[in-house]
Design a protein around this ligand. Sequence first.
Ligand code: CUK
Ligand code: CUA
Length: 770
Amino acid sequence: MHELTRRSLSFLVGTALTIGAATAAWSAETLRDVMKRRGLTEKDLLAAAKTYTPTGGRDEYLAFSSGGQSGQVIVYGVPSMRILKYIGVFTPEPWQGYGFDDESKAVLAQGRVRGKDIVYGDTHHPAISETDGEYDGKYLFINDKANPRVAVIDLHDFETKQIVANPFFKSEHGGAFVTPNTEYVMEGTQYAAPLLEDGFVPLEEFNDKYRGGLTYWKFNREKGRIEPENSFVFELPPYSQDLSDAGKQDSYGWGFTNSFCSERYVGGIERGRPPFEAGCSSKDTDFLHVTNWKKAEELVRAGKVRQERGMYFIPMEQAIAEGLLYLIPEPKSPHGVDVTPDGKYLIVSGKLDSHVSVYSFEKIMQAIEEGEFEGKDPYGVPIIGMQDVLHTQINLGLGPLHTQFDSKPCVAYTSLYVDSQVAKYDYCEGKILDKLSIHYNIGHLMTMEGDTVSPDGKYLVALNKLAIDRFNPVGPLHPQNHQLIDISNEKMQLLYDMPVPLGEPHYVVAIRADKLKPAVRYKSGWDSRTDQRSPYKTRAGREKTERSCDAEGKCTTEVWGTVIRSHITPEIIEAEEGDTVKIHLTNLERAQDEVHGFTLYGQNVQLSIEPGKTASATFVADQAGVFPYYCTEFCSALHLEMQGYLLVRPKGYQATAVKLVEGTLYTKEDYETQVKTNLETQAVIDQVVAYITSHNFKDFPTVVALVEDATDQLGFSEGAKKKSEEAAAKEDWQNAMLWANQWWQYQVKAADLGLRAKTYLEESGAQKVQ
Ligand code: CUK
Ligand code: CUA
């Protein structure tokens, strides 16, 4: 057998043998030994057993965390706390080609603000789409606090599909929160600013001209996109609206948004005035805003709401007159507002007050129906008396912020920022059940499916603002710390610290993993951002490069190419200095995880082309030169050979007649040696095939996929074999040898896949069939 063949095949077979040897070494040490060596207690072992996920294991829940200023979403598993993915949302993410291919650049461009590219975002609150108040696992929404925007991520492929920029707001916070059937995605302002004016308005006119607002973005589930033209915006008083939550079950059709700085303070240290922090926290209460979105929707449909900036706009006078907007006092510079799973109560955290206030929705409705108000705010909005609608107040501790719910009725968890604790309590009875210290200064917290009408309980994750002494030091900027807590028993148990190397996460939502059905490949030639067949889809054998010039002499070199293990077609692209170059590449693979990348010297290009995807890069070749390109994903043993050249000729370049001389010349003997190798390799493949087909491989979907892929590769090898034989018939030994080698390359890929399938069958205890 050819030496190289033997070595590569024995390498492939050899990997299966080393596993047994490692097992023996592991069992030589006892659990006691390891505990002693690593200084672990029994309690540690119990905690470890609750989070540890053995190799190849899966998590019960997937968590989607805001990435804060990183502008991304972080996906991790619970209870293992293993990070699975970063999703580029408002910010380019090169690995995924996000912001580097034409298709995703178009998504980021939707998020332009005042004509400017904003390639950063301050993501805060992720929300999973809901059906009947339950997570349905179809879409994820997340807001950008800094540049009021909301993004839509499709959980079919975990890609960002749409960004909508709010044409009214200059700041936001209270999004993204969805209504129980994802009819709308809520987005509330943070800092008041003029809504209908983009120009200068002096702070002296704050009370009259500055406003808060609340947008209900209409979501079209069939299209998977937000429709601004069917969305509406409430004009609100210039209080700093903070967080929102949508009513559910009993309170379906209503939305709740709290606020701070109802003092309407405008700051001004430099004008000799006390700072915002003093002026915004002097009153004992602020206002919870209650909005009736169901009725607002009816008014919109009846044509009774005016259109502004491509959306519907509900001025305060109209909201008041139609009974769409009410205020309720809430203590004191509050932070979270969270609706209980049954929709009967709203829990507001005091932040500067040690209580959580539990409001009864039934009492709120009663006050509204009876027209029982304690007064009006300066803008004429009716104020419902706090005592009239309070169910209870519970003194939890210092700095209550956010609340999540348990599967057990009436049980809630609230974060205590100043005390660095989680409080567990019964909000029906108003009594504290347990407290747990965390490390340190908790912001949001999250229970499994804790936002839905039927929370799962089980685990709680504390999103801590400080990590101080928890991890190996990595400089002044510390990792974030998400702490996993077991809440399945009466007492909470802290299990694990997860450092998050992107910040600052504000909120996380977790869904049962089996509700998600992500794809492993795209339909062939797919534009993943528009979710349609790409106009640039290219099939094998149809690759082409065309150059055309317009009337003004502006020229474009356009490439319709393909990628598959282990070559890019074309391998040579020729253009002229000044050309716009457009490269469209379709990944022809069907195999799972066979991603190819594409990058090019000096052009800021990076594509991630997953199986089936078509991705494009456009740039101006403004300098003549030689620009190597290659595949950026280590996709096969000959990945490094997945390469090519963009040759940019200077303008007016005259080719001199020099013949291409290949670096190595081959003889008839070389050809025959290669063919011998190939026949021997085929014998090995046949053995592997015999093994697989003599077992019940069809019972293993992973193996079926591998076999399919291997069959593809063998098909390609047939094609190369034919070409080599044709060249040999003409005694063109150069091409005969090169095509024979290509034939062998496909064989090696098939053998690699076959051996992976065989190993899988051996390890899974596959049965012999007759
Ligand atoms: S906020 Cu950050 S801890 Cu933006 Cu939901 Cu409360
Ligand atoms: Cu394709 Cu590396």
